[in-house]
Write a protein that binds this ligand. Structure first.
Ligand code: AMP
Length: 577
């Protein structure tokens, strides 16, 4: 399946050749670096270096408000606004390394906060605005927040009650308050009014901390992964090679900055590559999304499997209803992208959806499908040039790389790429456990085929051991979803003494299908035929919806806890239906 759609030549023309010629030092040379050799700062690469040149009047961010009013910020406007905010922080006495949090929807102030904070060499930490007070507290407490930027409504609802419990929190800045509420609770507009729009970015070591991201917690308590300014090399090169940014492109990343994708690719990568980003304040809405793609002439669209699956379920004739002639590349991340979804992309848009794999800890895309490389539907693709990925057998203290193809094992990445996290905040032991020798252990299981494509199996924690077989839930879910009645499925292992664990599936039926025994037997029979009786689910339960994180990942851990009557653990990222 080829993925080249138009006559625009992909930036990564020859994957194999680039693998051999690639060096991170050369990539650093494609960026500017701070003037006078003062180091490397993400915000400088993203904005300041563009703001006086050819790109100064190019739209950097196009905000689409809930009511669809559009707010454009050019590179030069963004440069001034972020410098102003950097001065706000400086005037408040915020120092290098201190943490500036945001708790807001996708409003301009959030984006200005992110980039302004990076300019000062303080550390930016975005939170999902839908978090309740407890998860907000946990993260701000663990992250020792000095400043929080939020809205008046969120402040009233979630923060006021926490203030006494957060001794490190010095200032709260309200994006929409007309005046200061106290010496500690301040008005964004008042502070910005008084701040100069000239700010010289201080010396920034490429290893200086820049971003703190709490992981989405599909398997346990959230951890704070710390990234450094040097990660911008990955943001830049993945923007160029994977997202295939070209001058003049209009790009839309649908992710919220509360999830790492919404920061690395919703803020940094498109700016570093000098393109225009669309930011929609509203949540998923199929018709709204399609109309944004059409109306704003989006060229490159980065979204998640959960959204794609929802679009696939809608009764909308995409080809006849919309004109997507500008759309060139569609990409997906966060969860496995089923082969059907890749093919659905081909049928509806004329080219396959490009799946790619990475994690909060890797800071940027690591394994990807590329516009110029043949797509094998269902595969995550091949490693980014500059990243060495392998399948390994991992014991307590030993790691053995598996070189023969199609063998299942741990997905590991060789240390040394710039965006790999540098710490789990206040948890050195847990951090150290992620490494064996020169390898970073991702916690995922995968296999690599003879052509070098990687195939996702599952999170190591989610793997089901049944009658001597190791079963990845994704494999079973993918099969179930091929059944014409099944809309969504999630699979767990349920302890069963005689066979270790039995495969249990939670199934959402497509509308119009009755959840009765006949349908259940029909689906079970189908799964047995497709996968064999050892792997097919032995139990099926019909449910109304599948619990997922805000970023669209199935919370199998939660399904399992509920099934076994165990504590639910951290469910702060649970998407409320
Ligand atoms: P997070 O750090 O919350 O973004 O979660 C990262 C995890 O999401 C990875 O370790 C994988 O388990 C999963 N993931 C991300 N992208 C993909 C993908 N393309 N295919 C399969 N799993 C993915």
């Amino acid at each position: 399946m080829s993925s080249v759609r138009t006559n625009i030549q992909p930036n990564l023309l020859d994957y194999e050749e680039t693998l051999t010629s690639f060096s991170w030092d050369n990539i650093a040379g494609e960026l500017s670096g701070l003037p006078q050799g003062k180091g490397l700062n993400i915000a400088y690469e993203a904005i300041d270096r563009h703001s006086t040149g050819n790109l100064k009047d190019t739209v950097a961010f196009r905000f689409i408000r809930k009511n669809r009013v559009v707010d454009d910020f050019t590179y030069s406007m963004l440069q001034k606004q972020t410098s102003k905010f950097a001065n706000v922080l400086k005037n408040l006495g915020i120092k290098k390394g201190e943490r500036v949090f945001s708790l807001a929807g996708r409003i301009p102030e959030l984006y200005i906060t992110a980039l302004g904070t990076l300019k000062t060499t303080a550390v930016f930490c975005p939170l999902f605005s839908v978090f309740g007070p407890e998860p907000v507290f946990q993260r701000m407490n663990k992250g020792e927040a000095s400043v929080l930027v939020t809205t008046s409504a969120l402040f009233e609802k979630k923060i006021k009650q926490l203030m006494e419990k957060l001794p490190s929190l010095r200032f709260i800045i309200l994006s929409d308050a007309a005046g200061h509420l106290s010496g500690k609770v301040l008005s964004w507009s008042k502070l910005m009014e008084q701040a100069s729009d000239e700010f010289i970015i201080p010396k920034t070591d490429p290893e200086d901390p820049a971003l703190l991201h709490f992981t989405s917690g599909t398997t346990g308590m959230p951890k704070g992964a710390l990234h450094v300014h040097k990660a911008v090399l990955t943001h830049y090169i993945t923007g160029k090679f994977v997202l295939d940014f070209h001058p003049g492109d209009i790009f839309w990343c649908t992710a919220d900055p509360g999830w790492v994708t919404g920061t690395s690719y919703g803020i940094i990568a498109p700016l570093v590559n000098g393109v225009t980003s669309i930011i929609d304040e509203e949540e998923f809405d199929a018709k709204r999304w399609y109309s944004i793609l059409e109306e704003h002439k989006v060229n490159i669209w980065y979204t998640a499997p959960t959204a794609i699956r929802r679009l696939m379920r809608m009764d909308i004739n995409v080809k006849e209803t919309y004109d997507f002639k500008n759309l060139r590349v569609i990409l997906s991340v966060g969860e496995p992208l089923h082969a059907e979804a890749v093919i659905w992309g081909e049928e509806n848009f004329g080219f396959p959806i490009l799946d790619n794999w990475w994690q909060t800890e890797t800071g940027g895309i690591m394994i990807a499908n590329y516009a110029s490389v043949k797509v094998k539907p269902g595969s995550m693709g091949k490693p980014l040039p500059g990243v060495e990925a392998a399948i390994a057998k991992v014991n307590d203290k030993e790691i053995t790389i598996i070189s023969s193809p199609d063998k299942q094992g741990h997905l590991v990445l060789k240390k040394g790429f710039p965006s790999l996290f540098r710490a789990y905040l206040n948890d050195e032991e847990r951090y150290n456990k992620c490494f064996l020798g020169e390898w970073y252990l991702t916690g995922d299981l995968a296999k690599k085929d003879a052509d070098g494509y990687f195939w996702f199996i599952g999170r190591a924690d989610d793997i089901i051991k049944t009658s001597g077989h190791m079963v990845g839930p994704f494999e079973v879910e993918s099969t179930l979803m091929k059944h014409p009645f099944v809309s969504e499925a999630a699979v767990i292992g349920k302890p069963e003494p005689s066979i270790g664990e039995l495969v249990k599936a939670f199934v959402v039926l497509k509308s119009g299908n009755e959840p009765n025994d006949e349908v259940k037997m029909n689906i079970m029979g189908f799964a047995r035929k497709e996968m064999g009786p050892a792997v097919a689910p032995k139990e099926i339960e019909f449910v109304e919806s599948i619990p997922k994180t805000r970023s669209g990942k199935i919370l199998r851990r939660l399904l399992k806890a509920r099934e076994l009557g165990l504590p639910e653990g951290d469910i702060s990222t649970l998407e409320q239906n």
